[in-house]
Design a protein around this ligand. Structure first.
Ligand code: FES
Length: 76
């Protein structure tokens, strides 16, 4: 299943980064880039991270980092 549609990143790819040591959304963003573009996948990424950490997926009240703006993403 694709989690980050901007970059075409699958849940398997996200979990591989977590297996390699990513523990936060910022670490996932620095690793595979998930969540750095439109930010629509951030809550799903948080669920995957939380589920990997303690087996009970939860969603944070606010994403811990701001997604890039359209200008930062290169839209006019
Ligand atoms: S869907 Fe992941 S950054 Fe857009």
């Amino acid at each position: 299943m694709i989690v980050c549609s901007c970059l075409g990143l699958s849940e398997r790819r996200i979990r591989a980064d977590i297996e390699s040591g990513a523990r936060t959304l910022d670490e996932l963003a620095r690793g595979c880039g998930a969540g750095r573009d439109c930010g629509a996948c951030v809550l799903d990424l948080a669920d995957i991270l939380a589920g990997s950490a303690n087996g009970s997926p939860t969603r944070p009240a606010n994403p811990p980092h701001e997604p890039r703006t359209e200008a930062q993403r290169g839209f006019p």
